[in-house]
Design a protein around this ligand. Structure first.
Ligand code: MG
Length: 246
């Protein structure tokens, strides 16, 4: 099942996407149905927090010449950074180097606190694509990552939450203006999703709709105003955004 949020005639709906139509409540025409081309898709979740994992692919650690971390390195993005499919990534004036990072995001279904990895699956609603947009120059100069990762529009997510998916070995790519820049598989995770849920829920209570983004593979690189960036994950779909000058 594909879970969506969308705008139709100035109202926001939660719905399901199937066969080119979104279905929500009966206030939509044609028995609660409308063609997906006639709506604007929003971020498919409305989380209380977005937790991201740094350095979680073996190929990305090798690319950076870094040791594999002993524990997941986690950080947060504010929910004000979220944008949906086709929304613009705004290139901030404060940065000269803004990168894409293709990531698989996990959406939480039910309150999760101190969950064992063996019970983690019960707390997962589904999966979506996330672009962990990063002002790389600011990440380096600041030392800590909050400013570099938190500009408005720096968290494209979507296009929907896929609930029926085994995430253990999915192809994940990033394409810039149609040219493939990142290509890897989620089987290269250093820390798998059940372990991440155990680790993170041991720190903070996860609420329904919260997002855990699982890190990016090798091949990160810069975007410029005018560029089109697409994250594509097998079994989910494509998340495309355009970069605009701030
Ligand atoms: Mg990242």
């Amino acid at each position: 099942m594909k879970i969506v949020r969308f705008v139709y005639k100035d109202r926001i709906y939660d719905g399901i996407l199937e066969g080119g139509y979104v279905t929500a409540d009966m206030s939509l025409p044609a028995k609660g149905k409308v063609a997906v081309r006639d709506v604007r898709l929003l971020p498919p979740v409305n989380p209380s927090k977005i937790i991201l994992v740094g350095l979680n692919y073996a190929d990305h650690a090798e690319e950076l010449g870094m040791e594999r971390p002993l524990n997941p390195i986690i950080f947060l993005k504010p929910t004000t950074a979220l944008i949906g499919p086709e929304d613009a990534i705004i290139y901030p004036e404060a940065s000269c180097r803004v990168d894409y990072e293709a990531e698989l995001a996990v959406v939480i279904k039910s309150i999760a606190r101190k969950v064992k990895r063996s019970d983690a699956a019960e707390h997962i609603l589904g999966y979506t694509c996330l672009n962990d947009v990063t002002a790389r120059d600011i990440q380096k100069s600041d030392g800590q990552w909050t400013r570099a990762k938190s500009f408005d529009t720096f968290s494209p997510i979507g296009p929907w939450v896929e609930t029926d998916l085994d995430p253990s070995d999915l192809k994940i790519t990033a394409s810039l203006n149609g040219e493939m820049k990142q290509s890897s598989r989620t089987s290269k995770f250093i820390f798998d999703i059940p372990y991440l849920i155990e680790f993170i829920s041991g720190v903070m209570t996860l609420l329904p709709g919260d997002v855990i983004s699982t890190g990016t593979p090798a091949g990160i690189g810069p975007m410029l105003p005018g560029d089109e960036i697409t994250i594509d994950i097998e079994g989910i779909g494509k998340l495309t955004n355009h970069v605009r000058k701030g």
